[in-house]
Design a protein. Structure first.
Lengths: 213, 213
DNA sequence: ATCCTCACGGTTGTATGCAATCGTCCGTGA
DNA sequence: TCACGGACGATTGCATACAACCGTGAGGAT
């Protein structure tokens, strides 16, 4: 693996974990020094992340960790629903029962720590990512990944409630069981509800925050 | 504008115009010499185009103009339909009548040259791009642009028939008129038919080509 | 006091050179 | 004749140096 990718992975994690919160200014030189590299690979990494919508980059301007406003979020979630519906459609049509069995096994036990660990966001995203991968499409996973990258920072607020974590787990298993029965309509319906519920929650907490200042 | 962007724009056009057909190998040095630049900006441009799915790029491997197979095309068109439906939804909901009037005026006259000019593909894409822009979303246009980039090479075969060009023009105006009446359901229906018709046509000619060798 | 000008520091854009790696081709052996 | 191995060439990965540009702040004019 190239240095460029290593740096991109590290920065991406730091952004997603909110170590670098939205609005943070980033310079090529600063990162280069920090990682003991030259500007060249760092530069490539930053361009990569900008393309993933994690950074904002205009020519001859600073890099900045991007944020999402309420307006975009509506679009992003609608896209997400549309794309994940397509995932369900493909899975049912291709009857990929084996992969689904593995997924169900992986999710058969409820999450261990429900003490508001933000890492459970990653677990939820891993589920959806695995589902996308099981669709067998080469187009859907990267598109969904891009959407979720942009939503991630917002979703970090989404799992502070242990009750909510459990509900998410139950919804995931319900979706998988519907898929195992090849009941595409039910699976899609459950998935829609699951995603929009997340939307409502994030939207509420976000508007509360935006109303403050 | 930076050299990187200039080069990216030129190469993008050459790929979309099939001057660089799918499968063509590209080297940084070759392009650098051709444009009288160093490898650095050329390199950035190639990375950019790879991110737009116009080039394939693996670390330490050649760059290659990407092609689309039948399998991916199904996905790409389904995505396109889903996204453009969303565009219609947004336009109707926001009642952006002004922009639509401009669009209709622009398309009020049938295309001048119907002699199989491949540039009419660009006209069709310009229509859909304008429609996406009229949605007011900051999310939809780039996503659709990415999809269309990947489909473009295939669609070049799509407009050799003058009758088809006229039909496309008629469908566009019909969609716009439905939107002006805020009839979202009709507009979406027409749009779906319009896109899937293109799909059928391209799919048929592509499978014919793939069957040959 | 406010606005404008201009120069400076900092940051990105580009060029060049070297290192690392991969594909290819030739030669050798079975 | 075919398979395997190694060396060469070509290409990308990375480092460094310089150029161009932009925002920012000080200083002066109004």
């Amino acid at each position: 693996m190239t240095r460029t990718q290593q740096v991109a992975d590290e920065i991406r994690l730091e952004i997603l974990r909110n170590v670098l919160p939205p609005g943070t200014r980033i310079t090529e030189e600063g990162l280069a020094e920090r990682y003991g590299l030259s500007r060249t690979p760092v530069r490539e990494a930053l361009r990569l992340l900008a393309r993933e919508s994690l950074l904002i980059h205009a020519p001859r301007a600073y890099y900045e960790v991007s944020s999402v406003n309420l307006d975009e979020m509506d679009d992003l979630y609608t896209m997400r629903v549309a794309l994940e519906e397509r995932v369900v459609e493909r899975i049912v049509r291709s009857g990929a029962a084996i992969d689904l069995g593995q997924l169900l096994a992986f999710w058969s036990s409820p999450p261990a720590s429900t003490d508001g660990d933000v890492h459970l966001v990653f677990a939820d995203e891993l589920f959806h990512e695995s589902l996308a991968a099981a669709s067998g499409s080469t187009v859907l996973p990267p598109m969904l990944r891009n959407l979720n990258n942009r939503l991630h920072a917002l979703r970090m607020r989404d799992f502070i409630d242990p009750a909510r974590v459990l509900r998410t787990y139950e919804q995931h298993t319900a979706i998988l069981q519907a898929l195992l029965k090849s009941d595409g309509r039910l699976a899609a319906s459950l998935l829609r509800a699951h995603i929009w519920q997340s939307y409502d929650f994030v939207c509420a907490s976000l508007s509360a925050v935006e109303a403050q200042p």
